[in-house]
Design a protein around this ligand. Structure first.
Ligand code: GRF
Length: 244
């Protein structure tokens, strides 16, 4: 049984009804590269740390993305929608939205997806698209900050702490409501690559699956730019075992 409720600001977003053991929360994961975050989601589903949730689509703009292989190995529908196949960006945007709609996700997860999300899709899935960014927003984010560039900038600035952020997607770049962040130490000998890996291991692969499980169970409340995780206090501590 599918369950779909949510979507108005100020309402709890996501959620499978309590007591419906057969309810499945449907997620689409959009990727462009290696797919380690996708793998973390797959593993969390397999290990039961994300419950009542199914990946109904993995979509990539890049046919060479290893993430597609990870999906296929697990028997998840893996689809390529590439801007190269369309004469105009508008046609690509339409195909992207059509493909996502066809699979009827409750939540769209951007896990290293390097294409801008068209406004029509942001509107159609308001507070139902999340993104993982490898820094503590609002540092080192926005246009041009992707991949190793984020970590290069953090090291160049000399910060002692970086981390990762999961946020809802709005029409800006990395500007949507922040759901969860996790800090990671920057070490004196770090290179962009060592910092990238530590942030993935200690933050990204933990908070992204955690947020998906919380949304799937109706525990994330959005009110304008403020997001509350039900059961978590203001300092991010856990009252009911919902800590990362
Ligand atoms: C991650 O660092 C993520 O935060 C960023 O893109 C990278 C994707 O890595 N948005 P992967 O494809 O999940 O390995």
């Amino acid at each position: 049984m599918l369950c779909r409720r949510m979507d108005k600001a100020g309402m709890t977003t996501g959620g499978c009804g309590k007591g419906k053991e057969t309810a499945v929360f449907r997620i689409a994961v959009l990727v462009s590269g290696g797919g380690t975050n996708l793998q973390a989601i797959i593993d969390a589903i397999d290990q039961g740390t994300i419950k009542d949730t199914e990946i109904v689509l993995v979509l990539s703009n890049n046919e060479g993305a290893f993430a597609l292989e990870r999906a296929r190995r697990r028997g998840i529908p893996a689809v390529v929608v590439s801007p190269k196949s369309y004469a105009a960006r508008a046609a690509f945007n339409e195909a992207l939205l059509d493909c996502v709609r066809e699979h009827q996700p409750d939540l769209v997860v951007l896990a290293g997806f390097l294409c801008a999300i068209p406004d029509e899709m942001v509107e159609a899935y308001r507070n139902r698209i999340i993104n993982i960014h490898p820094s503590l927003i609002p540092s080192f984010c926005g246009k041009g900050y992707y991949g190793l560039k984020v970590h290069e900038a953090a090291l160049e600035r000399g910060v002692k702490i970086s981390g990762a952020t999961v946020h809802f997607v709005d029409s800006g770049t990395d500007t949507g409501p922040i759901i969860m962040q996790k800090a990671v130490a920057v070490l004196p000998d770090d290179t962009p690559k060592t910092l990238q890996l530590r942030i993935m291991e200690q933050a990204e692969w933990k908070i992204l699956p955690r947020v998906i499980d919380l949304i799937a169970h109706g525990k994330v409340k959005v009110d304008g730019r403020k997001v509350t995780v039900i059961g978590q206090d203001e300092e991010g501590g856990s009252q009911k075992g919902s800590q990362v």
